[in-house]
Design a protein around this ligand. Structure first.
Ligand code: AMP
Length: 472
């Protein structure tokens, strides 16, 4: 398997990628002038017919990265889709993503006169079956509903020429592996297959091994710079203390729209129960939740009185909410890039936000890896317990910890720890909302200054139209 490097290729225009006029006009109409890195790397090999594994998150422009060259190829070999058949099949994990992909094909193919349809579960199948009757060029589908319709002979997959598996890791996380294998088993073996996934765990690799032919693997450079609208801080806590600390935080400063990240689905469910017991309204989303449950949780999270949203990384990708005031890393992620991605849920659209991480003894190496990626220390909120002091070395602190920091006086961190012990800390810290989001030195010692900017407020103006606000 070839792997391209993550360094940028110097392509500045879409025409250099080999796209024809019909597509260039559509891109101009969309306001795209420069291809994103995934587009630069993926379009030429897809145009050349290669199978491809694209390691990229949603928000990187990956829909256009596969839609553009596939439209181009379909235009190059015009063929009328037969009844109930399609030329391009895109499988996606959720109806939201499937809908977005359809919108992408419609926008990029607006001058190409191609037909497209989307099918997903949870709604009546009748309009979907009707849309497929005459056949379409592009069919975007979630796996379950697609299999349903195939079983009823309302869709016939025997002439698919191009297959896209989008957000493959999320589809597997949601338990779609069997339906996906079954669907691919119905397709002609002579086809081009593209697999996109934000992460490449073993199950995704094994799917790729089984169904892709000599794929080219491309990765977009991992995001290493969080927006400076996000104020970061870390609490050193023992595993046992985390729950109480979280409750304190949620009853205090973190009372806006808060996402709490856990590493596992089980951990998310457990925390949900714990917050319930503490009388804090919460909702959890992860791969074991049904589409309806996830949608309900997201709708509640978008409402004016949002519950705390507990999420696993993969499930959180479906969250498209700008006004998130706090991200709490209840557990630090294994991959440092995931930290950047998580905290990018706040501080969006010109708003400010706070990212608070809990770090226990075992997570110290993960924190060090995150700080290495960020090339800076994350300000701490409390004194490291003895285990930290004894473990921390300059090298596992990622080098320049504390570099250039003013020397700081002691006290604040300790005060917070004491307050936690006696329950006094549950009210807002002095200074009101956001006052707890102070930048403290690694020594935990600067006299804290209120940082009103650390809390997302609705005062900041949205500067860009929605579609241009997503991180590229
Ligand atoms: P995606 O990762 O496909 O969900 O795309 C993320 C967002 O970026 C979408 O709103 C696209 O419309 C937008 N987008 C994709 N490619 C470009 C580009 N080359 N220039 C500007 N915006 C883009």
């Amino acid at each position: 398997m070839d792997t391209t490097t993550t360094s940028p290729v110097s392509v500045n225009t879409f025409s250099e990628l080999g796209l024809t006029d019909l597509l260039l006009r559509a891109l101009a109409a969309e306001g795209y002038t420069v291809p994103t890195p995934i587009q630069t790397r993926a379009v030429p090999p897809i145009l050349a017919g290669r199978d491809l594994i694209g390691c990229a998150q949603t928000g990187t422009g990956k829909t256009a990265a596969f839609a553009l060259p596939l439209i181009e190829q379909m235009l190059a070999t015009p063929r009328k889709a037969a009844p109930r058949r399609c030329r391009t099949l895109v499988l996606a994990p959720t109806r939201e993503l499937a809908g977005q992909i359809l919108e992408g094909f419609n926008a990029y193919g607006r001058f190409a006169n191609l037909s497209a349809a989307v099918i997903y579960g949870g709604v009546s199948q009748r309009p979907q079956a009707t849309a497929l009757q005459r056949g379409v060029d592009v069919l975007v589908a979630t796996p379950g509903r697609l299999l349903d319709l195939v079983g009823q002979r309302l869709v016939d997959l025997r002439t698919v020429e191009f297959l896209v598996l989008d957000e493959a890791d999320r589809m597997l996380d949601m338990g779609f592996i069997q339906p996906i294998r079954k669907i691919i088993g119905m397709l002609p073996t002579d086809r081009q297959t593209l697999l996109f996934s934000a992460t490449l765990p073993a199950e995704v690799r094994s799917l790729a091994n089984d169904f892709l032919r000599d794929p080219l693997e491309i990765k977009t450079a991992p995001q290493a710079t969080p927006a400076d609208t996000v104020t970061q801080s870390v609490y050193f806590v023992s595993k046992a203390e985390k729950k109480a600390k979280l409750v304190e935080l949620l009853r205090g400063e973190a009372s806006g729209r808060v996402i709490v990240f856990t590493r596992t689905k089980h951990g998310a469910d457990k925390l949900h129960r714990d917050l319930d017991k503490a009388g804090i309204a919460a909702a959890a989303i992860h791969g074991n939740k049904s589409q309806n449950q996830r949608e309900r949780a997201l709708a509640a999270f978008k409402s004016p009185r949002p519950p705390v949203l507990i999420a696993t990384d993969i499930a959180a990708r479906g969250i498209d909410v700008d006004e998130v005031s706090h991200v709490v890393n209840y557990e630090l992620p294994h991959e440092p890039e995931t930290y950047v991605h998580r905290i990018g849920r706040t501080g969006r659209a010109g708003l400010t936000g706070a990212a608070v991480s809990f770090c226990d003894h075992e997570e110290r190496p993960r924190l060090a890896a995150i700080e290495r990626l960020l090339r800076r220390a994350i300000p701490q909120r409390n004194e490291p317990p003895a285990w930290n002091a004894s473990m921390a070395t300059e090298s596992d602190r990622g080098g320049g910890r504390g570099e250039g920091r003013p020397s700081r006086g002691r006290g604040q961190g300790r005060g917070q720890r004491t307050a936690q012990g006696n329950g006094q800390g549950r009210g807002r810290p002095q200074g009101g909302r956001g006052a707890g989001l102070r930048r403290e030195g690694r020594s935990g010692s600067e006299a804290p200054k209120p940082e009103g900017a650390a809390t997302a407020t609705a005062t900041a103006a949205r500067k860009l139209p929605r579609k241009h606000r997503r991180a590229l």
